[in-house]
Design a protein around this ligand. Structure first.
Ligand SMILES: [Zn+2]
Length: 328
């Protein structure tokens, strides 16, 4: 067995690397317990015995078994780790989104399984500890966009549900906050009212940043804390430094991904697709900083190691027709 394979840099190399069950296990252990000290995910106990034939630990404190999957998004999944690794690789490195049908075909699992894998992975990619961006001398773009298919493209049941339950045409508003040359934050927002927009800006952007927005009234008042300049999109899109072209670029990546891959995304699930795109964007290669596919995969694995997702959290409302929404 070749233990000295270099860390993979391409999908093909990743497939070779993770084709070995022991190597995959060792790799997963390294991310699960980065300090090297293996502790029980249930009771934190560090006294355990290892059953190497089954790659299972027996905790001597709580007298229960655990695997490398327990306490992670991989828990309760019968899908072997090699397939999980390849799924992660494909999601974080596909530029324009990838469907559960494609992942299912590539991994030899059902589309339904692939769908659940993808949603678990997306949850893990969500950056809970977003550090506030900007500050004195930094330039921040803020903009909103709408996502969602027109009602006429929906199945009749879906359309009725949309109209009765939500009272909207199936469009969801998204707000983006981007530091030029830096990171982006994006959220599904309930409305474009002042409170919804400005609360998010103040939570994510340091005072004294320069903020550029369009002329939407909801942004009036930002100049109390920021150097706020507006560009009236009804008139023009760029006025020297004042523009939101960075976010326009992000929106087009997001929409291309959604369009190519998803027929219709439930508003409830939209934030996960957003998280996927935000992760890729924030870990993209730049002129100053090279990031390869293998690097992005490792960054994703760091996020994934300790994120747990229950069935209820995943669906939000039990099982429904969400699986049918992706394009083949
Ligand atoms: Zn224990």
């Amino acid at each position: 067995m070749n233990k000295t394979l270099p860390m993979p840099k391409t999908l093909q190399a990743a497939m070779a690397y993770f084709s070995d069950a022991q190597r995959t296990f060792d790799y997963a252990v390294k991310f699960r317990w980065p300090s090297g000290e293996i502790t029980c995910p249930r009771c934190e106990g560090d006294k355990h015995s290892f059953i190497s034939t089954r790659r299972i630990w027996f905790c001597k404190s709580c007298k229960k078994q655990f695997t490398v999957k327990v306490g992670t998004i991989f828990e309760d999944s019968a899908i072997p780790m090699d397939k999980w690794m390849i799924a992660v690789w494909m999601i974080v490195n596909c530029k324009n989104g990838i469907s559960s049908y494609e992942i299912g075909r590539a991994l030899g699992v059902t589309q339904k399984s692939a769908w659940f894998m993808m949603h678990r992975i997306r949850l893990a990619l969500h950056n809970k500890n977003f550090v506030r961006i900007g500050g004195s001398g930094k330039e921040i773009e803020v903009d909103e966009t709408f996502i969602g298919g027109a009602a006429r493209f929906m199945h009749a049941d879906k359309r009725r549900e949309k109209i009765t339950d939500r009272g909207v045409k199936g469009k969801a508003a998204i707000m983006g906050i981007l530091e030029r040359g830096g990171k982006v934050h994006a959220d599904v927002i309930p409305t474009r009212r002042k409170r919804d927009l400005q609360t998010r800006i103040r939570a994510h952007v340091k005072a004294e940043s320069a903020i550029y927005t369009d002329a939407l009234m909801s942004y009036v008042g930002l100049n109390r804390d920021y150097a706020h300049k507006t560009i009236d999109h009804a008139e023009r899109y760029v006025d020297g430094q004042v523009h939101t072209n960075g976010l326009e670029n992000f929106w087009s990546l997001l929409k291309r991904g959604l369009k190519g891959t998803y027929v219709n995304v439930e508003p409830f699930h939209l934030f996960r697709y957003l998280d996927e795109q935000v992760f890729r964007y924030n870990n993209r290669a730049t002129k100053q900083h090279f990031v390869g596919d293998g690097d992005r995969f490792q960054m994703a694995m760091q996020h994934i190691a300790n994120r747990r997702l229950t069935y209820a959290e995943l669906t939000g409302k039990g099982t429904d027709s969400v699986h049918h929404e992706e394009a083949r």
